[in-house]
Design a protein around this ligand. Structure first.
Ligand SMILES: Nc1ncnc2c1ncn2[C@@H]1O[C@H](COP(=O)(O)OP(=O)(O)OP(=O)(O)O)[C@@H](O)[C@H]1O
Length: 357
C-alpha cells in the first residue's frame, strides 16, 4: 500500500473535473484517512442522481490507478440558495426560482418548463411550477391535474396542487379553461404575486416559472417583482423566433437577472413512422445565438409527435418514458442549468442585527 497523505489524494482528485460545473471536484470534497482506508465525501450543489455512479467510478479509477484500493466514495446532494435581484423579498420555502421565457408564443416554452421541472425532480430535487402564463395557462393540463381545484389552508393560504410529485399553482386552477383572460398588466402582476406569495409551498429547491410569452411590460414587471435567481430562454431555430428570443435576453439583462442558457426546441423533425430526421425550421440557430451572445447553449429538443401527445395527455415525456432519448435530453439540460446556477453567489445566512434599547 502506498503511503497515504491527504496531499497526495488531493493531487489525484484535483485532476478530476465535474462535467456539469466544469470545476475541479477538489473544491467540494472532503477526504478522511483512517489508517489504510480512504473515505471521499463529495457534496454536489445541484441535483445529478444520474451522474453519481459515473463520477464515483471516475474517482475510484483514479485512486486505483495510483495504488489506493482501500477506499470508498460517497456522493451527496445539497442544494443551496443563490442570490436574486436586489430589493425583492424572497420566499422562505423556495430556495431558487428559475424563469422560463420566450420572445415569441408557441415555441414550446410550457412544454420545456414542465419537462425540465420533472427532469430536475428525477435528478433528486424538490420542484414546483408557477404557471405565470395568465393568458394561456397550460400547466394544469400538462401535469394531468386540470380537474382539481386548490383548497385553502387554515391560515388562508392556497394549497399547491401536486401533479407527478411537482407542487404547482396556476390561474388555470382558479378559472375555467375556456374563460379568456382579458386582464390588464397591473391585474396580472397582482394575481401572480398573490399566487406566488399566498401559496403554501413546502421545501422547494427549484421553482420553475412559466412566464407569459413575449417581452412586453408585463414580463418586465414580473421579472422585477419575482425573486428570480436565473432565467432560461426557449426558442425555435427560425430567424423570426431568434430575433424575439434576443429581445428576451435583453429584457433579463435590463433587470439584472442572470441568463442561465438557451434551449432550442423543435430543432429537428423526427418522423413518428420511419424515424427520418429533417431540419424543417433550419438548424443551429439557437446555438449560434448562444455563442454570439456569450450564453450557454443548454441543449436542443427535436420536433417529435410524442412530446406533444405526452403533454396533452397530462404525462410529460420525462415521466412517461423516463429512460428514453428525449427524457435524457431534458435531464442533461436540468443538470447543466442547475450546475450553472452553482456558479452564482450564494445567499449567506446573515442574521438580522437586533438592537435592544
Ligand atoms: N419539441 C416538440 N415536439 C412536438 N411538439 C411540441 C414540442 N414542443 C412543444 N410542442 C407542442 O407545441 C405546442 C406549443 O407548445 P407550448 O404550449 O409548450 O408552447 P408555448 O411557447 O408555451 O406557447 P404559449 O405561447 O401559448 O405559451 C403544444 O401543442 C406542444 O405540445
Amino acid at each position: 500500500m502506498v503511503n497515504l497523505t491527504n496531499k497526495k489524494i488531493k493531487i489525484i482528485l484535483s485532476k478530476i473535473v465535474d462535467i456539469y460545473t466544469e470545476q475541479n471536484i477538489i473544491s467540494s470534497n472532503n477526504i478522511n484517512i483512517d489508517g489504510d482506508k480512504v473515505q471521499i465525501n463529495i457534496e454536489l450543489n445541484y441535483p445529478a442522481n444520474s451522474y453519481h455512479t459515473t463520477l464515483s467510478n471516475t474517482i475510484t479509477d483514479a485512486l486505483t490507478k495510483n495504488g489506493i484500493n482501500n477506499h470508498s466514495v460517497d456522493i451527496k446532494t445539497k442544494i443551496v440558495k443563490y442570490t436574486t435581484q436586489k430589493g425583492v423579498d424572497t420566499l422562505p420555502e423556495v430556495k431558487n426560482i428559475i424563469a422560463i421565457a420566450s420572445g415569441k408564443g408557441g415555441v414550446g416554452k410550457s412544454t420545456t418548463a414542465v419537462n425540465l421541472a420533472l427532469a430536475l425532480q428525477a435528478e433528486g430535487a424538490k420542484v414546483a411550477i408557477l404557471d405565470a402564463d395568465i393568458y394561456g395557462p397550460s400547466q394544469p393540463r400538462m401535469l394531468g391535474v386540470s380537474k382539481i381545484k386548490p383548497e385553502s389552508s387554515t391560515e388562508g393560504k392556497l394549497l399547491p396542487i401536486l401533479g407527478h410529485g411537482i407542487q404547482s399553482m396556476s390561474i388555470g386552477y382558479l378559472v375555467k379553461e375556456d374563460n379568456p383572460m382579458i386582464w390588464r398588466g397591473p391585474m396580472i402582476t397582482q394575481a401572480l404575486e398573490q399566487m406566488l406569495r399566498d401559496t403554501l409551498w413546502r421545501g422547494i429547491d427549484y421553482m420553475i416559472i412559466d412566464l407569459p410569452p413575449g417581452t412586453g411590460d408585463t414580463q418586465l414587471t414580473l421579472s422585477q417583482k419575482i425573486p428570480v435567481s436565473g432565467s432560461i430562454i426557449v426558442t425555435t431555430p427560425q430567424d423570426i423566433a431568434l430575433i424575439d428570443a434576443k429581445k428576451g435576453l435583453k429584457m433579463f439583462e435590463k433587470v439584472n437577472i442572470p441568463i442561465l442558457g438557451i434551449v432550442e426546441n423543435m430543432s429537428l423533425h423526427i418522423c413518428s413512422k420511419c424515424g427520418y430526421e429533417e431540419a424543417i425550421f433550419g438548424t443551429g440557430g439557437g446555438k449560434a445565438m448562444a455563442i454570439n451572445e456569450g450564453i450557454e447553449f443548454l441543449g436542443s429538443l427535436p420536433l417529435k409527435m410524442d412530446i406533444q401527445t405526452d403533454v396533452d395527455e397530462g404525462t410529460p415525456t420525462v415521466t412517461k418514458d423516463p429512460e428514453g432519448k428525449i427524457a435524457k435530453i431534458y435531464k442533461e439540460i436540468a443538470k447543466k442549468v442547475s450546475a450553472k446556477l452553482t456558479q452564482q453567489s450564494r445567499v449567506t445566512n446573515a442574521f438580522p442585527s437586533i438592537t435592544i434599547e
